[in-house]
Design a protein around this ligand. Sequence first.
Ligand code: TYD
Ligand code: MG
Length: 458
Amino acid sequence: MAKSKTAYFCQSCGYESAKWLGKCPSCSQWNTFVEEVVEKSTSAIPTWKTESSSSRRVSKPSRVNEIQASTETRILTGDQELDRVLGGGLVEGSLVLIGGEPGIGKSTLMLQLALSLKGKKLLYISGEESEQQIKMRAERIVKNPSADCYILTETSTQNIFKQIEILEPEILIVDSIQTLHSSHIDSTPGSVSQVRECTAELLRFAKETGTPIFLIGHITKDGAIAGPKILEHMVDTVLQFEGDRHHVYRILRSIKNRFGAAAELGIYEMQGSGLREVSNPSEILLSQREEELSGIAIAAMLEGARPMLIETQALVSHAAYGTPQRSATGFDTKRMNMLLAVLEKRCGFRLSTQDVFLNIAGGIRVEDPAIDLAVLIAIISSHEDIPVSSKNCFAAEVGLSGEIRAVNRIEQRIAEADKLGFETIYISKYNLKGLALEKYQLEVKAVSKIEEVFNLIF
Ligand code: TYD
Ligand code: MG
């Protein structure tokens, strides 16, 4: 019997090495090498039409202006949040990877899509649950399921392709990539080499037949998609399904998208009967409160292309111990420290002896700099214990010298705030140019220095 060939793979980036290494030369992670069997069998194991593809066609270079532009055909999935996150529907032949923590609802999202997408033959391949389990879940989430949805519980890619050739589905869903194994490779399912090989086989199938594929992927405890980093490079779109398992809201975020804008966001609510699309996120992100409380300010933000108003909450209290605590949820702590330094240096607030806690409502992580001003206002409101009217909102970046800077797409933010019945929005003076303010009900206050805002509000 031939000795099986093994190699060592970095579990973090997929780097291959003949011997064990302590530190990965590619991604500099320590202690990530694991031995895997890589024996490629020479016998012909059927895969997705292996020989036909690479050898037959020879590509030639062509002038860019001679290439026929084909309009990509998009399939509307019927799930508006998902369609938007995908950049306006599912592109034919694309490979979409959906990552998320266990129990967050990836299988539910995909099964719901599979059952409600009518008129397209869809194959849902599950390596995690039995047919009965899927049926039980299906009965809970969709009332009259599509007749064109097929379920296959199988983990061998060779068997899967056999079934695909018979069934000829138009859309494929794989739950999950870590459970698949290919007989071309000897290592266990979920290992770097298996994940890479199975994805490559699916990718070849998707590109050759134009069939879009959704891949569900597990994530590791530090939040990265399990398997090699290469996986993210191979697929066209990477979506992350996130949220707190103990809360009802789930966020679908596009991290990479070859066919649309990244940083697009979809929001769902997990109910007893599956996931419900939340089409007006501001409703859930603004808490319904009667009285006005200090430490709260509302920011007019953009997530991807969508404007939303979001509550920022701050708590400033005297530090009982020597070093004050600084903690932010949903916001970059370094950026918060910078904003605190601005308040200290430019506005004379003594915050260096105070604990500061910051929280963005709804479990959303904000990267839009337009939230800066709302963060500052929330901090000062808590520090001075003066509430800010809940009819005010803010959309501006704050610079190091306390200047209020312009943010992009200000019209969209103002329009959203106007629609939701806010009375005043504070923006940067530099954003005023070209704005037609008459068409809004709400009052737009333009400021250029942080002190001006404080004078207007407190
Ligand atoms: P699931 O889709 O199995 O998660 P994943 O595939 O990401 O591991 O989701 C399981 C969770 O969702 C489970 O904790 C129960 C909850 N859930 C509901 O609250 N309502 C429902 O209708 C369904 C199907 C699941
Ligand atoms: Mg699952």
